[in-house]
Design a protein. Structure first.
Length: 82
């Protein structure tokens, strides 16, 4: 099943840009996931069985590497034109 995820990342630290950029760069390494970024959020599209484990892995990496942060997700079961 194809899903589209809208995700926003809010690192709880003053130097917030590096953790966001690092997370996005790691998500872009997953070949079967389409990543589109705009000013307020990022849209990810792919097979649910691929996308959700990749999100889990990369969010866990962000928490381990950068400490506390917030991820806000909206998940659509289907393809959103991103």
């Amino acid at each position: 099943m194809i899903i589209t995820v809208e995700i926003s990342h809010y690192p709880l630290k003053e130097a917030y840009e590096e953790p966001i950029i690092d997370f996005l760069n790691r998500m872009k390494t997953h070949a079967d996931i389409i990543v589109r970024t705009n000013a307020t959020s990022t849209h990810l599209r792919g097979e649910m069985s691929v996308l959700m484990p990749a999100l889990n892995k990369e969010m866990e990496t962000s928490f381990s590497k950068y400490g506390k942060g917030i991820f806000v997700l909206k998940v659509l079961n289907g393809c959103l034109d991103i």
